[in-house]
Design a protein around this ligand. Structure first.
Ligand code: NAI
Length: 341
């Protein structure tokens, strides 16, 4: 008896989310992905329709399906509801944020030789949500960074296992242990212990400020990066900028309970509804999802279609310096998949 196609929780998201999700669904269909989708609400849109940015039915769906494809979700700045992205990562203990960044042939970017995978810890650090005002009249505020031995151990182990599985040569541990001697010192201590168990993989440790400079000057020297939540958030955007920007940068949030695939970028309110968003990042996240559910053939078809169209300047979207829009790029990818399979 044939297995039913896996059921995926689908969050279209805010801003450009629905546009790039529609585009990605078309590409998935063209690539012959055998998936069923269960659409669920989240984000600013869900606050309007369900009076809750993260309704219980969405959590139940992801808990059941264990796989989700998610468009970007807006988070109000300074006030308002807490980030739904952070809430999802914490609720399902999605402790790995995996962000591959690769120079794509033909995509205009500063470098053509970047191939870096950032493994970012996704549940701890300053994003743990422990914040309060102190003193009268909100004269000061504190945000507390929490780093645990367990959290550090499992993320660093994931990075080394990933390196081994994907035949990567080196893992760079990024930290600020010279100043944050306890929190970052603990992360570094644990990271070095774990690294010693993987003699087949080289490792080094780099202070985050020096890492920023080295990434911009010599990105080819980096292979796999493992770091804490805040540095990982910032560094992965920096690295996205080395390979053509956020429009081509996918991410996966992984844990034992679920896996949520998304673009690294946000809801891009400045271009929402204009039909010009680049759907590549979400489509590449969908490719990661296909590998996750064991559909590598469809993943390969999707990737080849994307690469062919990214190299074609007539199909380039505005963020990559071209004139094409979401629809023409998506038409191109679907046609390319149809021609080349
Ligand atoms: P953003 O990533 O949405 O946009 C930054 C810049 O990149 C904008 O100029 C935007 O037009 C451009 N851009 C982003 N994605 C693009 C695409 N696919 N094609 C073409 N151009 C693209 O970052 P911003 O403006 O700081 O955040 C907007 C909202 O998104 C905020 O509410 C933020 O909290 C949320 N956000 C959500 C994330 C998620 O759901 N994982 C991640 C980052 C931000």
């Amino acid at each position: 008896m044939t297995q039913p196609a896996p059921l995926v929780s689908l969050i279209r998201g805010d801003g450009i989310g629905p546009e790039i999700t529609d585009a990605t669904l078309r590409m998935l269909e063209a690539a012959g992905a055998a998936l069923r989708f269960e659409e669920v609400p989240a984000g600013a849109g869900a606050l309007t329709t369900h009076q809750d940015p993260l309704p219980a039915l969405t959590l139940t769906s992801i808990e059941k399906n264990k796989v989700a494809l998610k468009g970007p979700l807006s988070t109000p700045m300074g006030t308002g509801f807490r980030s739904v992205n952070v809430a999802l990562r914490q609720h399902f203990d999605l402790y790995v944020n995996l962000r591959p960044a690769l120079s794509f042939p033909g995509v205009p970017s500063r470098y053509q030789n970047v191939d870096i995978v950032t493994v970012r810890e996704n549940t701890e650090d300053i994003y743990a949500g422990i914040e309060h005002f102190v003193g009268p009249g909100r004269s000061a505020a504190e945000s507390i960074a929490v780093i645990t031995r367990l959290g550090s151990e499992r993320i660093v182990r994931y990075a080394f296992e990933y390196a081994r599985r994907h035949k990567r040569k080196k893992v760079s541990i990024i930290h600020k242990a010279n100043i944050l001697k306890m929190s970052n010192g603990l992360f570094l201590e644990v990271a070095k212990q774990v690294a010693s168990e993987y003699p087949d993989i080289q490792h080094d440790d780099v202070i985050v400020d020096a890492a920023c400079m080295k990434l911009v000057l010599f990105p080819e020297r980096f292979d796999v990066i493992v770091t804490m939540n805040l540095f990982g958030d910032i560094l992965s955007d920096l690295i996205a900028g080395l390979v053509g920007g956020l429009g081509v940068s996918p991410g996966a949030n992984l844990g034992e309970k679920a896996a949520i695939f998304e673009a690294v970028h946000g809801s891009a309110p400045d271009i929402a509804g204009m039909g010009i968003a680049n759907p590549t990042a979400l489509a590449l996240a969908a490719e990661m999802m296909l590998h996750h559910v064991g559909q590598s053939d469809a993943a390969g078809r999707l990737r080849r279609g994307l690469l062919a169209c990214l190299a074609d300047e007539r199909l380039r979207t505005k963020d990559l310096g071209g004139q094409a829009n979401t629809r023409t790029f998506t038409d191109g990818v679907c046609a390319s998949i149809g021609q080349n399979g």
